[in-house]
Design a protein around this ligand. Sequence first.
Ligand SMILES: [Zn+2]
Length: 286
Amino acid sequence: MPELPEVETIARGLAKRVSGDVIDSVWLGSKPEPLKSSAAQIVRTLESARIADVRRVGKHIVFDLEDGGRACSPVGKKAVGKSVRSTRATAQWIVHLGMTGRMLVCNPDEPVEKHTHAIAKLVSGRELRFVDPRRFGRLSVARGFQAPGSEPLQVELDRFVKLFRGRKTPIKSALLNQKLLSGVGNIYADESLFRAGIRPRWRAASLTRESLRRLYLSVQEVLKEAIALGGSSISDYVDADGEAGFFQLQHRVYGREGEPCLVCKTPIKRVVIAGRSSHYCPKCQV
Ligand SMILES: [Zn+2]
């Protein structure tokens, strides 16, 4: 599953390639799962909108849309629920990639892949295609979209400490709780806890301010490193440039059960916490 650094990388790639372009028409497939807003709503919001920017919010890709400035939009043959509006406030097109979702920028002559659920034709002639074999990805539109939790790369230390103070759940579960921090997934939670020297099963409420401060710094360090490397992923997907594969952040604990800790050589342990695998060094994380 793409995590925050992958989504950040993909959003940046998309921003570079499609910002300023205008969505001409939208085709949506017949599978209902990928649509979190109604098909008519998605088409109405997207068609003739200008893509002002593409950014990451939590683990979502957010296209900031504004009025394309055209009095009416051309009628695309494949368009569904056509509606022309003369004015359009700013809106967002929100894409969650789920497990296997990909957002591709294609030329129209490129064959449409199986499991393509949405195609936005752009005025530049290119197409944005959403492909998702397993259909856990979601497309929606909104106004004033905000992720439910705090942004891990922007949250301040005091706020971070407050988020976890008083939580009786294991710190690992709290890190994965998207209502607290937005976008920290399993790999980066394990890696951050290792760097902070905190065992994943410890209750969040039992951690000292100093431990939480170390965790705060580790979370940011791990995410920034992974973003700098272009994200790392165990899943099969392609970035916005259509390039397969990402450079792998060297995982220090994640997926290394039984292998020696890179610091102390103790075998890495794996436990299941709230249904998720957690990896840690029993000596370094005490
Ligand atoms: Zn160790």
